[in-house]
Design a protein around this ligand. Structure first.
Ligand code: NAD
Length: 370
């Protein structure tokens, strides 16, 4: 039986509530003997700041580096608004991404049929939607130098951000996209602004070259990033995997996310390079939402984003794709049965708590697995 180390970092606010529902599933997998998950727990964000004066301790970082996957809840809240910038709760997230070398951010946008009416788009446009945005996470204009505001001394200032990409950065993210497409509907759309940006010209050249060399079996198309935004709200089901840079990925993944309804439904994964010896990638899985201080402690948070993030860990870190599929079906079935947390509540449905939703999904998974 395969054994994996998971570092569980619930964080702050609803992070602890939704992560408890993932721990329920981890216990179930262990109990069934499907895999052996060794779980370490750690503090992160405001909780870590209160305990150690840092958003993440060196000891927890060491555990993260030694783990097969990090499950991250959410961090932050008004309590820590006044802490120094480099110690604020979100600093933990940036440190984890940087030290684990998590260059590939995967954001699926899946529309469960039961929730199609919660989307701002028409049901027929989003029902059954299943697309994946692969965003480059550690390069581009958010990190490029120079990055400054210069006082020109004549009453004017000049602000500069620099968009920089090297061949290897583009190639490794494109490789992730092509590999993932092969496990899905086998299509990659690469998005940039090669019509006006040199970095876009190189992006396109490198992705096309890689496609020709190693992934000619995958259907490939190019789209300008502005058109991509438009197509995502016009006809989102035309896409399978979209690969794009840090800036465009930030925007396009938020557009895609909103096709599916609530923030409480959106999972994500961040992956690093495969280890040369084991082939395993460093990885972190987290819901897209934050710590939701407005509802923390009330037991009403939707745990589905975090549970679906664990589903991505089953698929991408633990080689348990079949169980990831079952977990997706379990979530869809529970929604079909009319169970809803408050954020996705609809007339005629039954409102349930965070725990009741987690229990229902676990029960459904057990029924599917039996
Ligand atoms: P948020 O995502 O925490 O909440 C936005 C709104 O969505 C709130 O009304 C909240 O109640 C609702 N919501 C979010 N997740 C939900 C869920 N699972 N179930 C039901 N409702 C849900 O964003 P915010 O309010 O802008 O930020 C709150 C704190 O979280 C801030 O300190 C912010 O910096 C932090 N934050 C952290 C992360 C992270 O840890 N990755 C991401 C975003 C924001």
């Amino acid at each position: 039986m395969a054994a994996f180390n998971i570092l569980v970092l619930p964080g702050d606010g609803i992070g602890t509530e939704v992560m408890a529902e993932v721990e329920r599933l981890i216990d179930w997998f262990n109990g069934q003997g499907i895999a052996r998950f060794e779980v370490e727990r750690g503090l992160v964000g405001g909780a870590a700041y209160d305990a150690h004066g840092e958003a993440i301790s060196e000891e927890t970082m060491a555990h993260a580096l030694a783990s097969d996957a990090v499950m991250f809840g959410a961090v932050g809240g008004p309590k820590w608004d006044g802490v120094p910038y480099d110690k604020r709760p979100e600093a933990a997230l940036l440190r984890l991404r940087k030290d684990l070398g998590l260059f590939a951010n995967l954001r699926p946008a899946i529309c469960y049929p039961a929730l199609a009416d919660a989307s701002t788009l028409k049901r027929e446009l989003v029902e059954g939607l299943d697309i994946l945005i692969v965003r480059e996470l550690t390069g581009g204009v958010y990190f490029g130098e120079p990055k400054e505001i210069v006082d020109l001394g004549n009453g004017q200032k000049r602000a500069v951000d620099t968009q920089v990409y090297q061949t290897y950065e583009i190639e490794r993210i494109a490789r992730v996209a092509f590999e993932l497409a092969r496990t899905r509907r086998n299509k990659v759309t690469s998005s940039d602004k090669k019509n006006v940006m040199k970095s876009g010209v190189l992006w396109d050249e490198v992705v096309r070259d890689l496609h020709r060399r190693d992934y000619a079996d995958v259907q490939f198309e190019h789209i300008l990033a502005d058109n991509c935004g438009m197509q995502l709200v016009r006809a989102p089901k035309q896409f399978d995997v979209i690969v794009t840079d840090n800036l465009f990925g930030d925007m396009l993944s938020d557009v895609a996310a909103m096709l599916t309804g609530s923030l409480g439904m959106l999972p994500s994964a961040s992956l690093g390079a495969p280890d040369e010896k084991t082939g395993r990638r460093k990885s972190m899985y987290e819901p897209v939402h934050g710590s939701a201080p407005d509802i923390a402690g009330k037991g009403i948070a939707n745990p589905i984003a975090t549970i679906a993030s664990f589903g991505m860990a089953l698929r991408y870190s633990f080689g348990l794709g079949e169980w990831a599929d079952k977990l997706d079906v379990a979530i869809a079935n529970v929604l079909d049965q009319g169970l809803r947390t408050r954020d996705i509540m609809q007339p005629g449905m039954r409102e349930v708590s965070t725990t009741q939703m987690g229990e229902a999904i676990a029960r459904e998974l057990a029924a599917l697995g039996g």
